[in-house]
Design a protein around this ligand. Structure first.
Ligand code: AKG
Ligand code: FE2
Length: 287
């Protein structure tokens, strides 16, 4: 593992979920803070920690949805997604909030729900710099078993590539078509944003570290056939999915996770069957 990155070393951290003993990336953790009452200095420390660590955990927060939206606005303009891009699962009065849940607002439990069970980066469908998005995920109801969220560090993944693969991707761009994004299957055509293109060897706008950035394996590679693009994306995914690059978060109610979508990929690790799981997600275009 590369040692010259800003990592979580010598900072309060939490280990991956015991259910995933092979995943060994730690996560930076903040305890004894209330995000509703932070000094500007405390906020700046948390704000800086997001791109430095990729993902951070803030324990024991008590937030209404209005407060969650207000918190999100501190990072930048909140993202408002069309209903079809947020699982068709929310009340109209909170355009900034997505329910990450197998429970509909009506209370109906969706059977065998599997939303977000693939590695992806939120906001990959926006052209830079709009794709520099932080996501906040706040847990209300967590299952007794399963339901972890995995995070992979794309800086470690880039640094770990063999030179041959670094050379191969050097001038390649990923081509993200929202119609290919698995979680957008329920979206109407007029809800889908236009396609976006990104350098795969992605220079992070803030840390200036290179990240292995491709959104998800359902994307294409500009200039390659669908088949050749898929082969390369699967090869890159195997590089990202190395145990030591992954943190698996075991949720407790009132956990607030914040992650940087250009230096990490994430996914639901599933395994919660039909236990109810309810979390609220907000996102900001980072300023
Ligand atoms: O359900 C999860 O664990 C992850 C959901 C997700 O991808 C997101 O909130 O952006
Ligand atoms: Fe996501």
């Amino acid at each position: 593992m590369n040692t010259n990155l800003e990592t979580t070393k010598e900072r309060p951290t939490v280990k991956s979920s015991e259910a995933f003993p092979n995943y060994t990336l730690p996560c930076r953790i903040f305890e004894n803070v209330d995000v509703k009452n932070l000094t500007q200095e405390e906020f700046e420390e948390i704000r800086k920690a997001v791109p430095q660590n990729g993902v951070i955990l803030i324990k024991n927060q008590h937030l209404s949805l209005d407060e969650l939206v207000a918190w999100t606005k501190r990072f930048g303009e909140p993202v408002e997604l069309a209903d079809g891009l947020r699982f068709n699962n929310f009340h109209k009065e909170y355009p900034e909030v997505t329910r990450i849940s197998n429970i509909l607002p009506s209370g109906e439990l969706l059977q065998n729900y599997s939303g977000a069970e693939y590695w992806h980066s939120d906001g990959d469908f926006w052209q830079a710099p709009k794709n520099y998005v932080f996501s906040c995920l706040y847990a209300e109801k967590v299952p007794p078993k399963g339901g972890e969220t995995g995070f992979a560090d794309l800086r470690l993944a880039y640094n770990g590539l063999k030179q041959e693969l670094k050379d191969k991707i050097k001038n390649l761009r990923v081509w993200v078509s929202p119609k290919n994004i698995p979680d957008f299957e329920g979206a109407k055509d007029d809800e889908l944003p236009p396609d976006a293109y990104h350098n795969i060897a992605y220079l992070h706008p803030e840390t200036q570290l290179l990240c292995l950035y491709f959104g998800c394996t359902a994307s294409d590679i500009e200039g390659l056939s669908r088949e050749d693009g898929q082969i390369l994306l699967k090869e890159l995914m195997a590089e990202v999915e190395k145990d030591e690059y992954i943190y698996a978060h075991k949720w407790s109610p009132n956990d607030l996770l914040i992650w940087d979508n250009t230096s990490t990929m994430h996914r639901s690790l599933g395994g919660y069957g039909n236990y109810p799981r309810l979390m609220y997600r907000t996102q900001a275009y980072v300023k």
